[in-house]
Write a protein that binds this ligand. Sequence first.
Ligand SMILES: Nc1ncnc2c1ncn2[C@@H]1O[C@H](COP(=O)(O)OP(=O)(O)OP(=O)(O)O)[C@@H](O)[C@H]1O
Ligand SMILES: [Mg+2]
Length: 420
Amino acid sequence: MVEAGYVAGIDVGTTKICTLIAQTAANGQLDILGVGLHPSRGLRSGVVVDHAQAVKSVQQSVTEAEQMAQLPIARAYVGVTGAHIKSRNVTGRVRVASGDEITSEDVEQAIQSACDNVALPHDREIIHTLVRDFTIDGQRGVKRPLGMHAARLDANIHVVSAAAGALRNVAAAVEETGVQVQKQVLESVATSLAVLAEDESDLGVVLMDIGGGTTDLAIFANGAIAHSGAILVAGNHITSDIAKLLRISYKQAEEVKKKFGTAFADMTNGDDPVLVSEIGTHEQVRVPRGLIADIIQARLVEIFQLTIKNLEQAGMYDTVTSGVVLTGGGSQLPGTLEMASEIMGNTPVRIGSARGVGRMANRVASPIFATGVGLVLYAANEGADARPPATPYYLELVEKARSWWRKYAQPRISAYLPGN
Ligand SMILES: Nc1ncnc2c1ncn2[C@@H]1O[C@H](COP(=O)(O)OP(=O)(O)OP(=O)(O)O)[C@@H](O)[C@H]1O
Ligand SMILES: [Mg+2]
């Protein structure tokens, strides 16, 4: 055990479970101590569809990170996404006693009154109440109202809610591995911490995390979140299209996409043949590379058009002044940046990789790690600690469970996973 505290984040994605263990270094950067990256089973678009499979995947990812860090995790921050997430901007008002300064109680009451304005059915829970800014006596854009004089204080809040059942199912899968869920964090909120520069979120930026099952969207403006949402089309849909249209297995379609895929057909010689093996007959067929690009292009166009629609419906499309930041595995196909820019009105687009990381920065540089790094940053900002309580009995128990896992369960499960 190290003396100083450390934090843990688990990104429970549709294609991979990524566990990170990290520690804040003296220079303020985040040192990554352990990385666990394991294919995700039992989850679809942010929702658990097979509890037992999900538990196994989380356990393997956690164990891998713990082994690399040589540290046990007792608590972690866990990512949340999916179609069940809803967000809206609400305002809550308090009257300030005339002539008085605004106190922290006034601020708390204004925030509470904003939350009270959200009618929430019993099967939903609020997961974030994020302060956008305050309005004092009609003047919008106040970041720190404490100590100011006013008659009226309005808190402008971004409230994110989630289906209670979906939240609990993800938490239950994690907790069954012996890791307590300290907080469930909206993935785009976590990702923004890892990839956005301060001036971008001041000016207005769209963050798009093109994952496997969902494309998570968020708009940041005036230094705060202004909108969040998700579309249920992402990288795995591209793979499925390739598999169906070329009549090949999903596994092969994934390989073909990563090796030969581009967002535009004219980025390569479209006539170059790619050899694939047809499902059922196993016959070798030559497919022109341009056809693969056409299939990819159709889905990517859909993803960007749905994004525009989502932002327009929220009345936010015009807020995007400093452009678009793309993360997630689905942003990695060559030409994706250019396509995003073309469809979204020639706006500047860049890939968002995690920043502010010291040790193991290269290991987590791919945009697939952006959410995981965001989760450990979130945890570190809140002063969290992933260390187990230092009672000898507890440590002995955890070590027993983990050695049982390593010795018996892990080798058996590994045998059933692809690539073995
Ligand atoms: N080099 C690559 N080129 C193209 N696509 C890629 C590449 N690497 C990963 N992908 C695609 O990215 C997707 C997975 O991305 P990511 O790891 O960000 O998703 P996830 O976090 O598991 O899913 P979600 O966020 O939707 O729950 C898959 O569809 C995969 O095919
Ligand atoms: Mg993801």
